[in-house]
Design a protein around this ligand. Structure first.
Ligand code: HEC
Length: 203
């Protein structure tokens, strides 16, 4: 290879190298400036609304805002008795939860006191810490095939029945917003509030 040819070749390489790196940095700075420009533009131009949706009405909020707390906050007006709850249970619940709330295809709700029963299922009677949860859960989730279809009165009757079937109340007790939160569940003592300090917030 002649020396002049080599010099030109080297020069050509160097030139291409410079051009490439200049192109890259130009590209880079252009990209950077576009990004900065875009983020400024977005934050300034966020519209006040997107042109769809509307404020929920109070009636719509009330339909969803149905939680009942352990202390009874959120319980509606109304009351329930065991006998009426039994009748409702036998038409709307028995198919999935069994006769008397024991041994249904979707699980028992009532503790089976029969010593021959080895299944030891978790039920309202042996596992639920708060009586108010029976009302809350049944109202929001049951019957499984038609949640939300029960009236408050029906839920009170069913709550009375399920508590009586689990031998927690007698068959004369009237269940309402005052009496239900006062019922102490057999399993409440099995739950210990975890108030240790210094770990994660949610344990
Ligand atoms: C079509 C079947 C079906 C019917 C009818 C039904 N349930 Fe249920 N129930 C289920 C299923 C399935 C679960 C479990 C749901 C889950 O774990 O998410 C369940 C769970 C429950 C639980 C919670 C049990 C626990 O210990 O976790 C209660 C209480 C309950 N049902 C009450 C009722 C009452 C009261 C009725 C009648 C108004 C009823 N169910 C009707 C299927 C049914």
């Amino acid at each position: 290879m002649n020396i002049h040819y080599f010099k030109y070749k080297l020069l050509a390489f160097v030139c291409v190298g410079i051009a490439l790196s200049a192109f890259q940095s130009a590209n880079y700075s252009e990209e950077k400036s576009t990004l900065t420009y875009q983020s400024k533009k977005d934050s300034v131009q966020t519209p006040a609304n997107f042109g769809f949706g509307r404020k929920a009405t109070q009636a719509e909020i009330d339909r969803l805002d149905i939680d009942v707390r352990p202390d009874g906050k959120g319980l509606p007006a109304g009351s329930g008795i065991v006998l009426k709850g039994k009748a409702i249970f036998e038409t709307k619940c028995v198919a999935c939860h069994g006769v008397g709330g024991i041994g249904g295809i979707n699980g028992s709700l009532v503790t089976n006191k029969n010593p021959l029963d080895k299944k030891k299922e978790k039920t309202i009677g042996n596992y639920w810490p708060y009586a108010t949860t029976v009302f809350d859960y049944v109202r929001r989730a049951m019957p499984f095939n038609a949640p939300g279809s029960l009236t408050n009165e029906e839920v009170y009757h069913l709550t009375a029945y399920l508590l009586n079937a689990n031998e927690i109340i007698d068959d004369k007790t009237v269940i309402n917003a005052q009496t239900l939160p006062k019922i102490v569940m057999p399993a409440q003592k099995l739950f210990v509030p975890d108030d240790r300090k210094g770990g994660p917030e949610i344990k």
